[in-house]
Design a protein around this ligand. Structure first.
Ligand code: ADP
Length: 581
């Protein structure tokens, strides 16, 4: 009986122990499932002992039975830059070799192709008291690393801070970097701000990467491989479309396709870019730049809210940049106008001084002679009148130029077209310049083998030829000046060549602009209006005027004018060159 009781007590103890064991098993399972992290326990042989639902969710795989060499089936460990990690340095393999992996950041490409960024640890589990030996298993715990998202309050604060930055007068593009730093890392892990438009030149004016080492690589990449408008590969295509672009997953192939050589590809891939949001900067309907934002290492891609925020910020940036440009232009225009007023007063006064002196002198002589009852010499009067006439002509021409500019600005340049021969017009002007050419020791040559007939405004055509010839003599430094007139089908061409001081390549593009001069006013007089008026007249005729030049080697001005609505037979004047086929 007593042995029976003892047996019963034994059975009860076993049952209690089993119940306790089941309870602790259940508690353990509950713990494993409820941690909120992915948990994976495996032994050294690869048998999976625990794999919770969160692990299934993060890795997107069903519960595996075995893991060969610490490899999750269908998954790849990837580096932040999306390149695969060799298996031997993957976190599970390192822990299986006995290394404790603590709080690291890993990318994992899952069987469905998406990449998740995980942060976690892997602990080697060694038999009690045998820390030296190879572990008998490993425990991995990991959670998805989410970028802190911008909530509405933080987004509003970001816009307010951006407003403060943009409100300050935008003097230089260097001010764009602090703006970008507002977005990195709160909205993106990296960003580049481009200014310019695809037809012209595009520059990366600011670039920021949240990680200092990668920031250096990003800046190096943009310096060595600056955006090239002729090579659209390196330029966000939104420069052409003007629309926001979003790419949830930037693959390695997509990135390599944007690069120009292997080094470019290496630099780009080292930035770890994994998703992209590109927003154009549009001011008054024109694309003036673009904001390119990136997230890295498989961080969650940009969403609708992010896009709206980036667009709002780009809109405000574009507006501020445009206002800053208008302000700069307005200031420059005022500066030019003031400078011009100074030059104009000086130029207008120059002929007045000899005029005044001569008239005063004549007056004195007349008074003196009258007092003595003597007649005034006709020769002396005529000499004075010559000077007066010359200076009045100069004044008239200066005032005419000023009037022309205001006519052109008001769009009131009227042309009265009639038939004429460009070669005769040019010859007549050349003849008028003969005395001043002789004074300046410049020889004048003309080559106009045949009449070049066309329909033009005579006075305006004379004005154009006069401007070009007077410049050739003025800046011709006593060298010969050549004038050429020819026809090429329906186009008439006039070329003025001199061997004078020339114009530097830097100054050439601006000499046809209003008030622009490339010489010092101490050495040469002038209002900087002649070539501006010339170009306006030539363009009103539907033609072009271009200059080529080299400093110290002279300049060539080529004028091309359509011959207008003229009879067919005028095109083949005897002796005229045959129209090119
Ligand atoms: P300006 O009254 O100063 O001559 P223009 O409009 O005629 O004004 O010319 C603009 C500038 O272009 C000049 O100031 C000069 O620097 C340059 N330029 C024009 N023609 C010549 C030339 N034949 N050789 C060298 N420089 C020239």
């Amino acid at each position: 009986m007593s042995s029976g009781r003892a047996q019963l007590s034994k059975i009860r103890q076993v049952l209690v122990e089993r119940a306790e064991a089941r309870l602790s098993d259940a508690a353990l399972r509950l713990l494993i499932e409820q941690t909120g992290e992915a948990l994976l326990l495996m032994d050294a042989a690869g048998h999976v002992l625990a794999f919770n639902a969160e692990a299934g969710h993060q890795f997107r795989i069903p519960v595996p039975e075995r893991l060969e060499h610490g490899c999750l089936p269908g998954c790849d460990w990837v580096r932040p830059e999306n390149a695969s990690v060799p298996l031997e340095v993957s976190p599970l393999t390192r822990a299986l070799a006995g290394e404790g992996v603590r709080e690291e950041r890993w990318g994992l490409r899952r069987p469905d192709g998406t990449v998740v960024v995980l942060r976690g640890s892997v602990f080697p589990i060694s038999p009690a008291g045998s820390a030296e030996e190879a572990p008998s298993g490993v425990l991995l715990r990991a959670r998805e690393e989410l970028l802190p998202r911008l909530d509405a309050t933080r987004a509003a604060r970001l816009l307010a801070e951006a407003g403060a930055l943009l409100g300050a007068e935008l003097e230089t593009e260097a001010q764009m970097e602090p703006l970008l730093r507002l977005l990195v890392p709160s909205l993106a892990d990296a960003g580049v701000l481009f200014l310019g438009s695809s037809g012209e030149s595009v520059r990366a004016v600011a670039a920021v990467h949240a990680e200092p080492e990668r920031h250096v690589l990003l800046v190096e990449m943009l310096c060595r491989y600056p955006p090239d408008t002729l090579d659209p590969r390196g330029l966000p295509s939104l420069f052409l479309t003007g629309r926001t672009e979003r790419t949830a997953e930037l693959t390695e192939e997509q990135q390599v396709a944007l690069t120009r050589d292997a080094e470019h590809a290496r630099l780009l891939l080292s930035l770890g870019l994994s998703s992209y949001l590109g927003v154009p900067l549009v001011a008054r309907g024109r694309i003036i730049g673009a904001l390119a934002l990136f997230r890295t290492d498989g961080a969650p891609a940009f969403g609708d809210e992010d896009e709206r925020l980036a667009e709002e910020l780009s809109r405000r940036t574009a507006l501020s940049l445009d206002n800053a440009r208008l302000l700069r232009e307005a200031r420059e225009a005022v500066r030019l106008r003031d400078e011009f007023l100074g030059i104009a007063s000086h130029e207008l006064k120059t002929p007045l001084t000899p005029l005044h002196l001569k008239v005063q002198l004549l007056q004195k002589q007349v008074d003196l002679l009258a007092a003595n009852g003597k007649p005034v010499s006709a020769e002396r009067v005529s000499e004075t009148l010559d000077v007066v006439q010359r200076q009045v002509r100069k004044l008239t021409s200066l005032v005419d130029n000023l009037l022309d500019v205001s006519r052109i600005t008001a769009g009131r340049l009227k042309l009265e077209l009639e038939e004429m021969d460009l070669a005769s017009v040019a010859a007549e002007i050349l003849y008028r310049f003969a005395p001043s050419a002789a004074q300046l020791h410049c020889s004048l040559e003309m080559h106009a083998p045949v009449p070049v007939l066309g329909r033009w405004d005579r006075l305006r055509l004379e004005q154009v030829v006069t401007n070009l010839l007077s410049n050739a003599l003025k800046y011709g430094a006593g060298q010969p000046v050549r004038l050429l007139v020819e026809a090429d089908g329906r186009t008439a061409r006039l070329i003025v060549e001199d061997g004078g001081i020339g114009i530097s390549a830097r100054d050439l593009p601006r000499i046809f602009e209003r008030f622009e001069r490339a010489v010092s006013d101490r050495h040469y007089g002038g209002l900087g209006l002649g070539l501006y008026i010339t170009r306006q007249i030539v363009e009103a005729f539907g033609g072009t005027v271009k200059a080529t030049s080299e400093l110290g080697r002279g300049s060539t001005f080529v004028l091309e004018l359509p011959r207008g609505d003229i009879p067919e037979e005028w095109l083949s004047v005897p002796g005229a060159p045959e129209p090119k086929p």
